[in-house]
Design a protein around this ligand. Sequence first.
Ligand code: PMP
Length: 403
Amino acid sequence: MPNANYREDFPVYEKNPELIYLDSAASSLRARPIIDAMSQYASYAHANIHRGAYRLSFEATEKYEEVRKKVAKWIGAKESNEVIFTQGTTDSMNHLMHFFEDDDRFEKGKKIVLSIFEHHSNLVPWQQLAKKKGMILEYIYDFSEESLKQIDTTTQIVAISLMSNAVGLIPPIETIIQKAHAVGALVVGDGAQYITHREINVCQLDIDFFAFSGHKCFGPTGIGVLYGKRQWLEAMPPPRFGGDMIEYVTEQETTFAGLPNKLEAGTPNIDGVIGLGAAVDYMIYRQVQNNNTLDALREYAVDQLSELDFIRLVQPLKDSETILYGPIISFTVKDVHPHDVASILDQSNIAIRAGHHCAQPLMKYLELTGTCRISFSIYNTRDDVDALILALKSVRRWLGYES
Ligand code: PMP
C-alpha cells in the first residue's frame, strides 16, 4: 500500500509498534511535524498576541493570524475574517446557538431541520434552541426529494453533518443547501469528519456556517474553527466578553471590536492555533482529503467484513443514489455487545470505538443500542484490516460461542 510509510510520521507507533488504531473518527493520531511545530513555538516563540509592543509578541501575532489566512484559503473562504477560532466543533455550534437565540429573526413556530444522522454536538444545541424560542425541531430520515420537502418556507435553520461520525454517510449537501436557500433558510454544516476526508470550498458550496475540530485533523485538542459568511458573523453578538474583543471601554459602556476579534475574547489558544496551522500544512502535504487509498481501504474492509456471517454492517441508505460513504464503518457482532467486542479486540492491540457514538437518536431510529465502529486515516493499511478480521473471528469464541 502506498501509505505504509505514513506510519513513520506518527511517534505513537514507535512506542506501540503493535498498535492498530482504528478510531480516527474520535481523534486522529498526532503527526510529528505538528508536535514539532507546537514545541518549537512553545520553546522559542511564545508571547501573548495582539497587545505586545515588542518583537516576540508581534511575531506571535503574525504567526497566529497567518494560520487564520491559511485556514481561510484551505476551506475556500472569501476572507480570513470569516474564520473564527473556537475550542472545537461543539464550541462552534454553541456560539451559533447563542447567536440564533439572541436574534429576533429566528422565531417561535418556525422550523429547525436536522438529519437523524447528527452527532449530539449538532443536535442538542438546536434542541435547546427550539425549546427556548418555541421553534419546531424536525428531522429528515433520508435525503429523497420527498423528505427534502420538509425544508419549506417555515424553515429558518438547516443543521447537517457533511459526514456522519456514526455510520460514515455523506448526504447530498449541495442539494440540501439549494433547497434551504430557496426558502431563505440558513445552513449550518458540521464538518468534524468531512474535513479530513473531502475537500471543502465553503464559498462554492455557499454554506452559511461550517465547523470543525483540530484534533480530528492530526492537530491538538481544544482548538477548532467556526467559518461563517461575513454578513452573519458581523451580526453575531460576542459570545464572551473581556479583553481583546473591545474597541473602547468606559465605566458604563463598551464598543466592540470588528471581526474576528469581537468573537475571540481573552487570550486565545495560541498553541492550538499554531498546531492547527501545522496540521493544515501536513494535510496538504500528505494529500489527506479525497484520498483514493483510504476509500479503497474502506471498500476492502467492507468486503472483508461482509464475508463474516456473524457481522452485520450498519449502512443506512446505502442503496440510495445520492448517498456516499467516507472511511468510517459501523457494524454489530451477533450476540455480542459492542463494548465487549472493543474490549476483546483491545487484547490484540486493536483500538475501535463502541457505543452510540454521540448519536443516540440515530441508534434509536436504527433500533440499535450501539455499534462497533472502525474509522481509517492515512496511517492505516490493509494489514490493519486483516488483523481486525482475524481478531473478530475469535471474538465470539472468547465468549463461548461455537463459531
Ligand atoms: N460532529 C461530529 C460529526 C463529530 O464526529 C464530532 C466528534 N466526535 C463532533 C461533532 C464534536 O467534536 P468536538 O468533540 O471536537 O467538539
